[in-house]
Write a protein of this length. Structure first.
Length: 443
């Protein structure tokens, strides 16, 4: 990180104002060379004329100076707020290049902030999510993560792991010390069990953090020509899927994206479930079943005007799903079902009658499943994998603790390493410091 980087921090294209950010050891001389002397006071904006190496005016705008370490990256930083025309930006880029700065790579400013201890990986990911947030739920989750909510959880685990390891290694490494009880590792049993429960509970969150980021998935499933595509269009409030009286019109999965309760939702219309008559139809059924299997919520759709509907549809649904008896405008021959764990709705997707009740239920379900939890959610697959690996090693440590403290300590070390991608490097000195401070070894 001995070089100095720059990048356009505002959106590309024609704009009223463009922000160019510079970071690195050469930021100060660049500020002087572009904006002139005397240098601005730290973190105070000033109007300056920006000039070329031939002292020709490029533009007039605002300049800001952020000396290290009190900057976003932890390095010397400068910002130039110029008019957002392409010619102005190109001239500034040329000037910065002349002053030995190079264009930054994607994410390089945030990476330098992480490397300089200004944020951990979860906070950096929260920042990226905040930039990408398109719904209120995504904004709230990203802001919480960027402000250290996940970091605080992981740091709490880190402290607990170091304390557990210190207790176990106190017996392993210093067995002859009078100040160390022979059963010192026994005192690690309870906190180890508590930590195992904490990690296990954290994993049982229904993947809500990932759902907030990527979208809560809903699959419409049912026999051909029961009105799944019409219902999709009602929920989308547009003609997203082709609707005809011909059974099997939908052959592939058709997805729409919408926002319910401030959260991103993906609703999939699928091919009708039936005994396929050709390979194309069979592939459509396969994809429909796959979409139903992977969805967070399934809505079974049946034709209420028919005498019966496919009983296999109920077998596809799970607790918490919904069954829609559609085409109420054609008459009712099937009575609402009182199936345990399945919410039943009667409506006419064609006329819209009864649809608001379904929409309100869907919104409540999405809000209930994705919000209202005190514990910060795991928002990425890598978070979940690290916690799962750590939990695996801690469970192994618990089984080893009574008869082999050495192996238990090794497992705790592995659990710590599994969390290193989340909490940062844990040096052995941390463990030794804890051992000496708690048990007065070597005094």
């Amino acid at each position: 990180m001995n070089d100095t980087i720059f990048a356009l921090a505002s959106a590309p294209g024609r704009s009223g104002v463009a922000v160019i950010r510079v970071s690195g050891p050469g930021a100060g001389p660049i500020m002087d060379g572009v904006a002139g002397l005397p240098r601005l006071q730290p973190r105070q904006a000033g109007v300056r004329i920006f000039r070329t190496n031939l002292d020709m005016m490029i533009d007039q705008g605002l300049a800001l100076w952020f000396p290290e370490p009190a900057s976003f990256t932890g390095e010397d930083c400068a910002e130039f707020h110029v008019h957002g025309g392409s010619a102005v930006i190109e001239a500034m880029v040329e000037r910065l290049t002349e002053l030995n700065a190079r264009p930054a790579e994607a994410g390089e400013f945030t990476r330098r902030a992480f490397q300089n201890g200004k944020m951990d990986l979860t906070e950096a990911e929260g920042l990226a999510d905040l930039i990408d947030a398109q719904t209120e739920g995504q904004r709230i989750q990203a802001l919480s993560q960027m402000r250290g909510a996940l970091r605080n959880v992981y740091e709490g685990w880190r402290e607990a792991l170091i304390s557990i390891l210190a207790r176990i290694e106190g017996e392993v490494d210093f067995p002859d010390e009078g100040d160390v009880p022979e059963t010192l590792s026994d005192t690690a049993s309870t906190p180890l069990a508590d930590l195992i429960c904490a990690l296990a509970d954290h994993l049982q969150d229904g993947h809500r953090g990932e759902r907030v980021r990527e979208g809560f998935s809903i699959a419409l499933i049912g026999e051909p020509n029961v009105g799944k595509s019409t219902l999709l269009n009602v929920l989308a409030r547009r003609e997203a899927a082709i609707v005809t009286d011909i059974p099997g019109t939908t052959r592939d999965v058709v997805e729409i994206h919408l926002v319910l309760g401030g959260f991103p939702v993906i609703i999939a219309d699928t091919a009708g479930l039936c005994d396929a008559s050709d390979r194309v139809e069979a592939e459509g059924v396969r994809r429909a079943l796959k979409a139903a299997e992977s969805a967070d919520l399934r809505i079974g759709v049946a034709d209420v005007s028919r005498e019966t509907f496919d009983a296999n549809l109920l077998k596809t649904l799970r607790t918490g799903d919904a069954l829609v008896l559609n085409k109420l405008d054609r008459g009712q021959k099937i009575q609402p079902l009182d199936e345990q764990g399945i919410t039943c709705f009667m409506l006419s997707a064609k006329s819209g009658s009864g649809a608001p009740k379904l929409e309100a239920w869907l919104e409540d379900e999405v809000i209930g499943r994705l919000s209202g939890h005190e514990t910060p959610a795991l928002s990425r697959a890598r978070h979940r994998q690290a916690v799962e690996q750590s939990l695996f090693h801690l469970k192994s440590a618990a089984t080893q603790l009574d008869f082999s403290p050495e192996l238990a300590a090794s497992d705790v070390h592995l659990a710590i390493r599994a969390l290193e991608g989340l909490t940062g490097h844990i040096d052995v000195e941390d463990v030794l410091d804890r051992v000496f401070s708690q048990f007065c070894i070597g005094k």
